[in-house]
Design a protein around this ligand. Structure first.
Ligand code: MN
Length: 714
């Protein structure tokens, strides 16, 4: 057995030698190797392999990522504390503070207090993140550990396979992406897919193989002319073809609903040059030799992704008529693209501590903000959320690159392009398909905004836009426009009142309004009218007092009951859902407590409460959008409500006086009395303030007894 591992040790050293030629530093590695070997001696994996093989394979993964010796040594020891009798103090004594810290960081808490498996998982995860904050190499060991476990997952029971694969896909792969270690992330995702959806995995595997052999010849034909031109320009470069990761194809098929035959970019050609400047020369070469596809050019060199990724992406038509994606970058960018933060330890790049800190900025911020979080499950959830990329890149139809926050919608896009585009937006196409405006945009989407000649912002947009620019511009437009609507509506109310009194519309001038209405600010007047703070009649009376004196006997002012959510008054209604800005008791049926009521929601007016049998309830009230459940509040504190009754009787002298006396005897305030006599019949409309239905019944009984009164109705 020992001989087998001796070979394994030599293989590991050979691998490290490739990037770290200093033989003198291997002492610690050798010591760790044999310490690990001894500690795990006699332990076996489920596959039957000696346990220590797992530690060596994980170390090999790190050697491929060109990590430093201490990390690799710690990796060889990563399971000794958890799975053997060795204590962390012993590791510290034998290998020093650094290695002990790394080993401790990946060692799980096996505290029995955490009975719940999920809490235990979350608590372990938090511990790992905290040690990562001290030394990011902890996560590199954890990645290597997880990758090897995924590679040998078939030996575990089915249920455990799924559970580990899910965790890999939810936490470790996104974490690897966030640190830019694409090479690891892809492997983790593909392996997770293999266990979570084996059928799809096999399907994609076959498809890629077929297309790969189809395309190989084409690719070879492409490489030659590119290479020739690059030599002519004296630019060193290497050209390789890479298949897309299985998981990225899977995502395209499932989330974007693209059929397999439509995925043309299963393969991408990668051109790696020596310097940043020569990347642009290479773009020139590619675009001269092949026809570029319009709008498919992205310059991530000028605008790097947040995880540091840099590359130029372009798509060209290849000789067989299909499209081919071409990625162009220099060596250092290529290393970063595949290794992300891992490139920091590589001897090929000249990364400084500062560069690393910059790349880890988001992570440290997260830890700082959440370290106090007592609930491990919440901590884990918010970390999962934070892992997700915070920005997306989308394109205009002309290929302009636009950076938006994640979850942005076409409306956010429209306002980002131009305020006018946002205001006139009526629809959107994403990748040539018409989509709802609340669609969440994805990385790489091509977004086209459909506009109309008239501005069209909707209140509902505010529920899904996420950029502050869109939110503030929509809000401002709605506020300004509401003024315009109020003006139209308010003037209309006045016109109706005037025409009822045979006053021609042309008499209503702004000058007159300003002088006599009592409002020098006309916007305020219209708002007051629309919100029923004043009645059109009141204003009309102020404007044309002489006409009104002649026409009508109107004894009292009419006051409708309006309750606004800003007001300090207790609400007198209970409403299902959120309290709207304005609730108003309808003036047509004037409900009072005791009445069955019905709330009708109108976007402009708020909630209007009718009696449930009122014939003026609009026809579309069965539409759930308008139908609001309301009820009277339990405690109304002797509050009074305006309601109107119609009294019919034989006209006689003092009828009106007798009615008024009867009501006032009940200590009820009368707001308005209108009396009309037609021949011998008197019809009297009385608006008064009552507490509730039973008080109104009392009024009715009393009036009914008055001589000459024939009928009292509401
Ligand atoms: Mn392990």
């Amino acid at each position: 057995m020992k001989r087998v591992f001796k070979e394994k040790y030599e293989e590991l050293v050979r691998r490290i030698n490739k990037y770290f030629p200093d033989g003198g530093g291997y002492k610690i590695l050798e010591k760790a190797f044999w310490f690990g070997y001894d500690s795990h001696n006699g332990q076996f994996r489920r596959s039957g392999a000696p346990y220590f093989e797992h530690c060596v394979e994980a170390a090999n993964i790190l050697a491929e990522l060109q990590l430093d010796l201490k990390t690799i040594a710690a990796c060889l020891l990563h399971d000794v504390v958890e799975d053997t009798g060795v204590s962390i103090e012993e590791v510290k004594e034998g290998f020093g503070e650094d290695i002990a810290m790394l080993v401790d960081g990946v060692t799980k808490i096996t505290d029995l207090r955490f009975k719940d498996a999920e809490i235990k998982q979350a608590e372990n995860f938090r511990k790992m993140l905290l040690s990562m904050a001290r030394d990011i190499r902890v996560i590199m060991i954890k990645f290597a550990d997880r990758l090897h476990n995924m590679r040998t997952l078939e030996h575990l029971p089915k249920r455990k396979q799924k559970w580990i694969a899910r965790e890999t896909l939810d936490v470790y792969a996104p974490l690897a992406h966030r640190f830019g270690i694409a090479r690891l992330a892809w492997q983790l995702e593909d392996l997770a897919l293999k266990f979570l959806d084996p059928d799809s995995y096999i399907f994609i595997d076959k498809m890629i193989e077929e297309k790969w052999s189809d395309k190989m010849e084409q690719i070879e034909k492409m490489k030659d002319p590119i290479r020739r031109e690059m030599i002519n320009l004296n630019i060193p470069c290497s050209i390789v073809a890479r298949p897309k990761s299985y998981y990225s194809v899977y995502k395209k098929m499932t989330t974007e609903n693209i059929s397999p035959s439509e995925i043309h970019d299963l393969l991408a050609l990668r051109i790696i040059t020596d310097k940043k400047e020569t990347c642009y020369a290479a773009v020139g070469v590619v675009h001269t030799l092949f026809i570029p596809v319009a709008d498919r050019f992205t310059d991530y060199i000028a605008t790097p992704k947040s995880n540091g990724y840099q590359s130029i992406h372009t798509t060209v038509i290849i000789p067989d008529g299909h499209m081919m994606e071409v990625h162009i970058r220099n060596k250092a960018m290529d290393l970063t693209a595949e290794m992300g933060i891992a490139a920091h330890w590589s001897y090929d790049t000249k990364y400084t501590e500062e560069d690393l800190d910059k790349q880890l900025d988001w992570f440290h911020q997260f830890i700082d903000m959440n370290i106090e979080d007592a609930n491990p499950a919440e901590f884990m959830e918010s970390f999962k959320f934070d892992l997700v990329q915070h920005e997306i890149f989308v394109f205009s139809p002309r290929g302009k690159l636009i950076k938006l926050p994640k979850d942005a919608t076409p409306v956010d896009f429209a306002f980002d392009v131009h305020t006018e585009v946002g205001l006139h937006c009526i629809g959107a196409k994403v990748n040539s398909k018409v989509v709802p405006l609340n669609t969440t945009l994805q990385n790489g989407d091509e977004v086209q905004i459909l506009t109309s000649s008239k501005p069209n912002p909707q209140e509902s947009w505010l529920s899904f836009v996420i950029t502050s620019k869109a939110i503030s511009l929509i809000g401002k437009w709605l506020r300004d426009n509401r003024k315009k609507l109020y003006k139209e509506h308010g003037r209309k109310l006045l016109f109706i009142e005037l025409s009822n009194n045979n006053i021609p519309e042309k008499e209503l001038t702004d000058k007159l309004l300003k002088q006599r209405s009592g409002f020098s600010n006309l916007d305020a007047l219209y708002t007051a009218l629309v919100q029923h703070e004043v009645t059109p009649e009141e204003i009309a009376k102020r404007l044309f007092p002489s006409v009104y004196r002649k026409n009508k006997v109107s004894l009292f002012r009419r006051i409708p009951r309006i309750w606004k959510s800003e007001s300090k008054e207790e609400p007198y209604l209970i409403i299902e859902g959120e309290m709207p800005k304005v609730i108003e008791l309808s003036r047509c049926c004037r409900p009072i407590p005791g009445d069955k009521i019905f709330g009708y929601f109108d976007e402009n007016k708020g909630v209007i409460v009718h009696r449930s049998r009122c014939k003026n309830i609009p026809g579309d009230s069965f539409n759930g959008k308008h139908n609001i459940k309301v009820d009277w509040a339990a405690d109304l504190n002797n509050r009074v409500f305006a309601t109107t009754i119609k009294v019919t009787g034989v006209d006689r002298k003092h009828l009106l006086r007798d009615i008024a006396i009867a009501i006032s005897e009940l200590d009820i305030n009368v707001l308005v009395i209108h009396i009309e006599a037609k021949e011998t019949v008197a019809i009297c409309d009385i608006t008064m303030e009552v507490k509730d239905l039973s008080q109104l019944d009392e009024v009715n009984r009393k009036i009914s007894k008055i001589k000459g009164v024939q009928r009292v109705v509401r």
